[in-house]
Design a binder for this molecule. Structure first.
Ligand code: GDP
Ligand code: MN
Ligand code: MN
Ligand code: MN
Length: 257
């Protein structure tokens, strides 16, 4: 497989047509059947998901969170920031010493994925409201510009429990399944695989994140070519339901104060 950055994209502004901007620059690097990853940062900018702290009147809950939160950045200690996180979330899983929440589209992340880097002119960048819808729109837009059948993955950089270091994950996708189901395949020892479902969209997002970097590179979109999903069954499950998630159940039970 090959990973190719889409270069020369401008600073993205509300209302920009990302599919068009990418189509104008991708040239022959992008072909039918390829995967295109797009950083959620630019999807959010194009969708106008910027915000300022002054827009968030502080609730009692947000004030309580800000009063007890650990030694974080100045923004994170601001009760208006806590309010922004609450408004993006359906469940608060950890409220001290940092905020871990479920976003409205089912993704669990620190601070509801609200970003404070690469956001010129505003305090905050919220995640796209429906990243899978965003991916579908970009996929359709690319088709309108002559790039048929491009699978699109919207990515974000997230921390990981149990391990140091952040990495890219998929938060929305279109034109390909989320996972490749290896169950029923054989290992080299002739044993049948019973549990392995490979989250290919996360793996592609991580690979692409190596190309985008995290700072000032200005590379939010990456073409993945010469990669095949293959013949295995696909699945579109990504976010676990509560019933299916022991860690989350344990967090609900745990009194962390
Ligand atoms: P996130 O992982 O979605 O939060 O995005 P990052 O903030 O890590 O940025 C990923 C890549 O996109 C980096 O190379 C940034 O420099 C780049 N980037 C962020 N915003 C823009 C933008 O508006 N225009 C361009 N051309 N690149 C951007
Ligand atoms: Mn960022
Ligand atoms: Mn981010
Ligand atoms: Mn990133």
């Amino acid at each position: 497989m090959e990973l190719t950055p889409v270069t020369d994209l401008p600073e993205i502004r509300p209302g920009d047509d990302l599919a068009e901007l990418i189509a104008e620059r991708a040239g022959d690097d992008l072909e039918s059947g390829d995967v295109l990853t797009v950083a959620s940062t630019v999807v959010s900018k194009a969708e106008g998901r910027v915000a300022d702290l002054e827009e968030y009147p502080v609730s009692a809950r947000a004030q309580e969170i800000a009063d007890t939160i650990g030694d974080l950045t100045e923004e994170e200690k601001d009760p208006r920031f806590a309010q922004a996180v609450l408004e993006e979330s359906t469940e608060l899983l950890i409220d001290c010493p940092f905020l871990l929440t479920e976003t409205r589209f089912g993704h669990i992340n620190v601070n509801a994925g609200i970003d404070q880097s690469n956001v010129p002119g505003h305090d905050l960048l919220l995640l796209p409201k429906r990243p899978t819808k965003s991916a579908e729109r970009i996929r359709e837009g690319l088709a309108e510009h002559g790039y048929d059948d491009i699978a699109v993955i919207v990515t974000d950089t997230c921390g990981r429990p149990f391990r140091h270091g952040q990495r890219g994950v998929a938060i929305g996708w279109a034109g390909m399944p989320a996972s490749r189901d290896w169950r029923g395949e054989m290992d080299r020892d002739g044993d049948e695989l019973e549990v392995t479902v490979q989250s290919v969209i996360d793996e592609l997002a991580s690979a692409a994140n190596l190309v985008t970097g995290e700072g000032a590179d200005g590379v939010p979109a990456v073409v993945v070519s010469d990669w095949e999903f293959g013949d295995l069954e696909g699945s579109n499950e990504l976010f676990r339901s509560v019933e299916d998630d022991l860690v989350r159940q344990a967090l609900r039970e745990w009194d962390w104060k």
